[in-house]
Write a protein that binds this ligand. Sequence first.
Ligand code: AN0
Ligand code: CP
Length: 317
Amino acid sequence: MKHFTCVQDIGDLREALREAFEIKRDRFQFNELGKNKTLLMVFFNASLRTRLSTQKAAMNLGMNTIVLDVNQGAWKLETERGVVMDGDKSEHLLEAIPVMGCYCDVIGVRSFARFENREEDYGERVLEQFIRYSGRPVFSMEAATRHPLQSFADLITIEEYKKTDCPKVVMSWAPHPKALPQAVPNSFAEWINAAGYELVITHPEGYELDPAFVGNARVEYDREKAFAGADFVYAKNWSAYAAPHYGEVLNKDRSWTVDAAKMALTNDARFMHCLPVRRNVIVTDEVIESPQSIVIPEAANREIAAQTVLKRLLTQE
Ligand code: AN0
Ligand code: CP
């Protein structure tokens, strides 16, 4: 694997899962692989899980890590080419990226959608420039349109908790006060579709995702019908994708908060969320604290997903 940005990059999913569980059985068995190799993690946005789990994964492989929070202490970066740089930005990404590449062997990048221009966001300009100009293997730590390390961890978690070969997975929109990207839901749909599981996506009208990510999943506007018989409930907020409301919060309808009454419609479903989560907005205290909630093992699997990906980037397998 040269770069990791989407489900296609990981190739055969069964093989990737097998490798992930092999790592989970003994996460230190490849601790010579990363000797004298350096991981650089570049954050354009905040993070708790991705930062810690990826750094831990690198340490398990014997790598050194450097973390750069671009907005804290680095020069303000210009990202547009052709700009006369006489404003507040001191450095251009076109120099910054190859310079970063000089100091490391692998680069992870977190760069969210900016919601200024849908085509620019969906063109993944920042991530693509790292791939083009860094000269290093690059992996996404959540980019504008996908969060593949999260989805990989989600799939590992579903494998661990599923009770049938082909579980019914329901991804439900939930309210949130601020506009959030579509990256997590896009990516989750992409991975669950690739795994061949039954995927139902439920949301209020206006929150339709890019059909390229929805794929063969069923979109069900009737929430009760969607939740009926679910084995997994994956809650997530996202802002509108469709023009002219791209990146907007269309409503904050609290009737979409995942509560015990909705969970009662399911097949004793497990509750999942990528975190961070706003309690009593996305999900009630009762549901997230219930034995059905697997948000912590899900977060724990981020280390395993990251380690599997780093191992492959180090060996170029
Ligand atoms: C981000 C999002 O929704 O994409 C990161 C989630 C992993 N969430 C927030 O910004 C709250
Ligand atoms: N789920 C996730 O990626 O969390 P962070 O934003 O805290 O990294």
